[in-house]
Design a protein around this ligand. Structure first.
Ligand SMILES: [Mn+2]
Length: 321
């Protein structure tokens, strides 16, 4: 008996699956989605890995990425959907939300704010990455883990632990990463592909964003903003700013780093990163967002400075709570 039994039964008995992850996917989202996709295909299943948009850089190299589909039109007779790294149905994107033939929804995740939207929910909030949950699932079900599957799951764990720097870098995460290396994941090659393959324009954008740095709350909070104008000036895509919020947190004495960016339609997105026990998930949740204790996000109506002030006030309250 394992907590995966029901999900394993769905995987073994079904023939046609969708594997899906959250919109604006990063390393854990894509790695856990594609690792599961390839393992299920190796088990003889027909699997549609679905992302609304194409692969954001630098993840185009992930094994199986080139086989992902970007529309659900013409897809039917689905026995089940496996969702990875996603806390809410709506985060799977509008097209899937409105899709009729979802089948049994198996929710494999590690967000503590997960609302258990699946028919079967396996949410391990202590797992460093959804990739860990997928790995445990594949192990429990006796699925083969090929080099390509291992590469995807290693990327998932490596990126979601901040290259094994966050508190989520448990002995368990290291153990699984070690096993994935034994199964063929190549740490040097993966690091080069993920962290040393940026287009130069990312650094031009970084320069503009870093100029917006402001310190608040006696140096305990640092904020950055990213405007559409900066994207226009540099010609950079917004995904290239992923991770910029970490610079705000990386300052000595800072407990919370914030990045606010314009997201169109009068909406701004706030990314929050904290050190130690400061819980930014609860801040994000109070604005309808979610995430983890040390990394969370939310979307708010308003202009960029207005949203920054709202977030700063909420973060200030959290720091004093
Ligand atoms: Mn994750």
């Amino acid at each position: 008996m394992s907590i995966f039994d029901e999900a394993i039964e769905v995987a073994k008995n079904g023939k046609r699956f969708i594997v899906i992850t959250h919109v604006n996917p990063e390393g854990d989202a894509l790695g856990s989605m594609l690792g599961l996709t390839l393992a299920l295909r190796d088990a003889g299943k027909e699997v549609f890995a679905f992302t609304e948009e194409g692969a954001p850089e630098p993840y185009g190299f992930l094994p199986g990425m080139d086989t992902a589909v970007h529309t659900l039109k013409d897809i039917d007779n689905i026995d089940a959907t496996f969702a990875t790294d996603c806390g809410q149905l709506s985060r799977l994107g509008e097209e899937y939300e409105n899709f009729e033939g979802k089948g049994t929804i198996v929710n494999l995740d590690h967000h503590k704010t997960n609302d258990n939207f699946g028919d079967i929910n396996i949410v391990h909030a202590h797992a460093s990455a959804a990739g860990e949950v997928v790995y445990d699932f594949l192990r429990a079900g006796g699925f083969e883990i090929s080099k390509d599957v291992a590469t995807n799951l290693y990327v998932a764990i490596h990126t979601d632990t901040g290259s094994f720097r966050y508190s989520s870098s448990t002995a368990e995460a290291f153990r699984k990463a070690g096993e994935l290396v034994e199964l063929g994941a190549d740490p040097r090659e993966i690091s080069m592909r993920v962290y040393e393959s940026y287009p130069a324009v990312r650094f031009e954008l970084m320069g503009l964003v870093l100029q917006t740095l402001k310190m608040h709350v006696d140096g305990r909070v640092a904020s950055l903003v990213l405007t559409d104008e900066m994207l226009r000036t540099t010609g950079a895509k917004k995904e290239l700013a992923d991770g910029f919020v970490n610079f705000a947190r990386a300052i000595k004495g800072v407990d919370v780093g914030i990045l606010i960016r314009e997201a169109g339609d009068g909406i701004c997105k706030a990314s929050l990163r904290s050190k130690k026990e400061v819980d930014v998930a609860s801040v994000a949740e109070s604005f309808g967002g979610g995430g983890h204790t040390n990394a969370a996000g939310a979307a708010l109506k308003g202009g960029i400075t207005e949203v920054r002030d709202i977030i700063l006030e909420a973060v200030g309250k959290e720091l004093n709570s």
